[in-house]
Write a protein that binds this ligand. Structure first.
Ligand code: GUN
Ligand code: ZN
Length: 454
């Protein structure tokens, strides 16, 4: 008998926090595990142990990477982001519908060139890892090769990713439109190529009701029914002008969400971006269906779209699954910390207070649960994928000064989301490999196989 292959092992040491419950629904104290000095043991890409540091727990030959003056958390989940829009973040002066026409469609047109898509995918993966994000639900463009480029680069880092080809057969420039048939066939080929390959997952992606005919939305429903475990991503009730226009396009439907429900799209693993201008009935429908809303505060403020009703969505009587999204390129930051800081301000404008504990839950276990992936990612706990983010408390002189005055980990999280951004991310681990180390020179990025990633 050949010997059993030896497990790949690694260990991290440092202050760490992981959620075990939902602080929007349970007593906050019962929802998390916090160790001032933790040992995280990793075996073959998964967490093997999470415990107070004790050298006796270390397997022979394993030396932990010691992160001092840090907070280790699971990697962040970004549930709504457009990788083709990396080159147009900060496009001046328009609200949603004019912004799409003036900036977004021209930017996405450039993805007809596969080399352009590959270059954007390289930048995108590095920016999310630099921000401590290890899972994202990503819109590509209408071009199938834009999906290949994203998944290929994600596969090299071994990140758990959801992505899909945008479907749009209406109200878009000629060279960015598909048809019901071509959109279906192209999506099907991509599903066969990528869905369930390693950590890559396909998300059927009708852009929104403004760019899809009823027949195309129906075809998205048919794709979802045809394969296990697919995701669905689209936009919902983002801006008042968009909501009014979509109502005119689908006069027979009782609400914006009803357009999607009619096509069989309101279901588990459906992620609706924004959902700002929705009513109680739509919250109830999402709750009952296990569908999620992605709250994208930097985008909503940048485009002037409105204030998401976070605490209404999470009403414990019928909580909707809510994740956060950066919504690059209407959003203005890749950083989950920045995004949470802006979510605090949006909540404040509505008279609510989003504390650090609840906020970090949204960006980690809450995001994983929104995607129905909370049995695999979102916790530091035995059996979970070892996707981790190491936040340095001394990333800037002022952050060091301010975090030194935090007594409880809850305060630390709140200060991190108020003052922190990519600079606070010291390292990002994906499936047990340190793929980003801010201090590694000359090359902070490394692919999962150890190759320098530039
Ligand atoms: N609605 C339809 N497409 C888009 C997009 O690309 N970004 C945002 N923020 N909203 C949309
Ligand atoms: Zn979006």
């Amino acid at each position: 008998m050949p010997p059993e292959p030896r497990p790949r092992r690694a260990a991290l040491r440092g202050q760490a926090i992981s959620f075990s419950g939902n602080p929007f629904l349970q007593a906050p104290r019962d929802c998390f595990v916090h160790h001032e000095d933790a040992l995280i043991l990793i075996e073959d890409g998964r967490i093997a142990a999470f415990a107070p540091y004790d050298p006796a727990l270390l397997p022979p030959g394993v030396t932990p990477v010691h992160y001092e003056n840090a907070l280790i958390t699971v990697g962040f989940v970004d549930a709504h982001v457009h990788y083709p829009q990396v080159g147009m973040v900060g496009a001046f002066g328009e609200q949603l519908l004019a912004w799409l026409e003036r900036y977004t469609f021209p930017a996405e047109r450039a993805f007809a060139d596969p080399a352009h898509a590959e270059a954007a995918a390289r930048i995108f993966l590095r920016e999310i890892l630099r921000a401590g994000t290890t899972t994202a639900s990503v819109y590509c463009t209408v071009h199938p090769h834009s999906v290949d480029a994203l998944f290929a680069e994600s596969e090299r880092f071994n990140t758990l990713m959801v992505a899909g080809k945008v479907l749009m057969d209406s109200h878009a420039p000629d060279d960015l439109r598909d048809t019901v048939e071509s959109g279906y066939e192209d999506s099907l080929a991509l599903i066969r190529r990528w869905h369930g390959r390693g950590r890559q997952h396909y998300g059927v992606t009708p852009r929104y009701a403004g760019s899809c005919s009823a027949a195309q939305l129906d075809s998205a429903g048919a794709l979802l029914r045809g394969h296990e475990g697919l995701f669905l991503q689209t936009h919902l009730s983002e801006s008042p002008a968009e909501v009014a226009w979509v109502r005119d396009l689908f006069p027979a439907r009782s609400s914006y969400l009803d357009i999607y429900a009619h096509a069989g799209l309101v279901r588990p693993r459906a992620i609706f971006g924004h959902g700002i201008h929705v009513g109680e009935e739509e919250f109830c429908t999402c709750h009952a269906a296990g569908a999620a809303l992605a709250h994208c505060p930097t985008s909503n403020l940048f485009l002037g779209s409105g204030l998401f009703r976070l605490f209404d969505a999470l009403d414990p009587r019928r909580p909707v699954r809510v994740a956060i999204g950066t919504d690059i390129g209407a959003g203005t930051s890749f950083s989950a910390l920045r995004t949470l800081g802006e979510a605090y301000k949006v909540a404040a404008l509505r008279g609510d207070a989003l504390d650090g504990l609840r906020a970090f839950h949204l960006a980690t276990l809450g995001g994983a649960a929104a995607l129905h992936l909370d049995d695999r990612i979102g916790r530091i706990a035995p059996g979970y994928d070892a996707d981790l983010c190491v936040l340095g408390l001394d990333a800037t002189p002022f952050l060091a000064f301010r975090t030194a005055r935090c007594e409880r980990v809850e305060d630390l999280m709140f200060v991190l989301m108020t003052l922190g951004d990519e600079r606070a991310v010291r390292a990002t681990w994906v499936a047990g490999e340190c793929v980003y180390d801010a201090a590694r020179r000359p090359d902070p990025f490394r692919y999962a196989d150890g190759a320098a990633a530039g």
